[in-house]
Write a protein that binds this ligand. Structure first.
Ligand SMILES: NC(=O)C1=CN([C@@H]2O[C@H](COP(=O)(O)OP(=O)(O)OC[C@H]3O[C@@H](n4cnc5c(N)ncnc54)[C@H](O)[C@@H]3O)[C@@H](O)[C@H]2O)C=CC1
Ligand SMILES: O=C(O)CCC(=O)C(=O)O
Length: 450
């Protein structure tokens, strides 16, 4: 469709060198073609052009002092992308790779993901090119305080509600919340992912991983299959990966491999999750340390991996859950998974599969759970945290889990039904993109030219 092609060309000119952002835009726009053809109103209202331009982009200096007394400077970002459905909502990522393109692709994806939850939340994302690796607790705290000293003026419980992402967990949210409260002198529900000791929701920590497995359960059920005894590859070993593995075990499956940015761990007997939690959540260590306890496991350092792609996708398994980062599963990786008979790929991370990998998996009829739908349990539970904060209540783990299950089921059904409506049954990527887009686009039209 030339309209889509022209929109992307225009984007390349107006926002140069934002490759991850173009990738996310291409993936969505291509699947919207049948909707745009049927509904000229979206073009008449310039919905695509409006959606591609964030409502507001904030870039700021973050200045802090390290343990040696040296002044350090980082770049901070918050992209308030779209508020048609509610306050901007989305995480903050602290990682040295963070730049405008990465924050923009994450914010863009977030608009449609949040729409799919059916909850009143708009899309936003932020972060900083700060590397938490090797930093002391004091340095992390000072960085978080400096970051919030600028961010606080742009956010609010009904305006923009950030949360965690890579490198930002309960500890960082705590330090940022403390600084926000000190500045504004109010206990606002302005961040989610807070500790359950003071305003956080039960199950928010687990929600992205658990939700992803609930989504996989629905996909398998529709193929007359279950999670029972399925061998699983789960990349990463952070928040999303750990709770994906936890729920997989609970539902009878067996994770046999995981990874971190230094390498891949394979344990045919099944990953020892308590040990992974000890290494990653308590010691902040490296996966290689796992071999000190389990000498029957294998570890491959990323630097020793000679081919294009990642070692983890070379192991034979029934299900693959990319849960680490963007573009971690490419076409060669998808080919290896196919050769080893993978039944389903479910995205826990944001945009972990390249567009070519997705095309190949769909072409070969592998069940594919797209990130916007499969990992939406995290942000959905964040909205449940906002609801509890604003009504001054607390729900139990069981109550939140019931709501999360229900939301994941609705997202799955919505994506499936929409795929069928557009003659692409089983293409959940297309279904999720159209269902999310339609909700935001119709709200934008109803709200006039703003
Ligand atoms: N935390 C949340 O609630 C949500 C997170 N996500 C996405 O899930 C992904 C993971 O996020 P979290 O688990 O929260 O972050 P995290 O910081 O807890 O964990 C990230 C993990 O990925 C690994 N990693 C990073 N780069 C890697 C690479 N190049 N190769 C292999 N491993 C690598 C890290 O070693 C770490 O184990 C990200 O794409 C994030 O945007 C999506 C929805 C919600
Ligand atoms: O919980 C949130 O608000 C955001 C989660 C997030 O960043 C994501 O869904 O990618």
């Amino acid at each position: 469709m030339t309209y889509i092609h022209d929109s992307i060309e225009q984007l390349r000119k107006s926002s140069p060198a934002q490759t991850e952002f173009y990738q996310a835009v291409e993936e969505i726009l291509e699947s919207l073609a049948p909707l745009l053809e049927k509904n000229p109103k979206y073009r008449q209202h310039s919905i695509i052009e409006r959606m591609l331009e964030p409502e507001r982009q904030l870039m700021f200096r973050v200045t802090w002092v390290d343990d040696d007394g040296k002044v350090q400077v980082n770049k901070g970002y918050r992209i308030e992308f779209n508020s048609a459905l509610g306050p901007y909502k989305g995480g903050l990522r602290f990682h040295p790779s963070v730049n405008a393109s990465i924050v923009k692709f994450l914010g863009f994806e977030q608009i449609f993901k949040n729409a799919l939850t059916g909850l009143p939340i708009g899309g936003g994302k932020g972060g900083a090119n700060f590397d938490p690796k090797g930093k002391s607790d004091g340095e992390i705290m000072r960085f978080c305080q400096a970051f919030m000293t600028e961010l606080y003026r742009h956010i609010g419980p009904n305006t923009d509600v950030p949360a965690g992402d890579i490198g930002v967990g309960t500890r960082e949210i705590g330090y940022m919340f403390g600084q926000y409260k000190r500045i504004v002198n109010r206990f606002d529900g302005v961040l989610t992912g807070k500790s359950t000791l003071w305003g956080g929701s039960a199950l928010r920590v687990e929600a992205t991983g658990y939700g992803c497995v609930y989504f996989a359960q629905h996909m398998l059920e529709d193929a007359d299959d279950t999670l029972e005894d399925k061998k699983c590859l789960v990349s990463g070993s952070g928040n999303v990966a750990i709770y994906t593995m936890e729920k997989l075990y609970e539902l009878g499956a067996k994770p046999i491999a995981c990874s971190d940015s230094s390498g891949t761990l394979y344990h045919q007997a099944g990953i020892d999750l308590d040990l992974i939690k000890e290494i990653k959540q308590v010691r902040s260590g490296r996966l290689r340390e796992y071999l000190e306890t389990h000498d029957d496991a294998e570890y491959t350092a990323s630097d020793d991996y000679p081919e294009d792609g990642q070692q983890i996708w070379r192991y034979s398994a029934d299900l693959a859950f990319p849960c680490a980062t963007q573009n971690e599963l490419n076409e060669q990786d998808a080919q290896c998974l196919l050769e080893n008979g993978v039944k389903a790929v479910i995205e826990g991370a944001n945009m972990p599969c390249t567009n070519k990998a997705i095309d190949l998996l769909l072409e070969q009829q592998v069940l594919f759970g797209p990130a916007k739908a499969a990992n939406a349990g995290g942000v959905a539970t964040s909205q449940l945290e906002m609801a509890q904060n604003s009504s001054m209540t607390r729900w139990s783990r069981e109550e939140v889990d019931e709501k999360l299950k229900d939301i994941m089921q609705r997202i799955y059904q919505d994506a499936k039904r929409t795929a069928e409506e557009f003659d692409a049954p089983k293409n959940l990527a297309l279904g999720a993109n159209i269902a999310g887009f339609r909700r935001v686009a119709d709200a934008m039209i109803a709200q006039g030219v703003v």
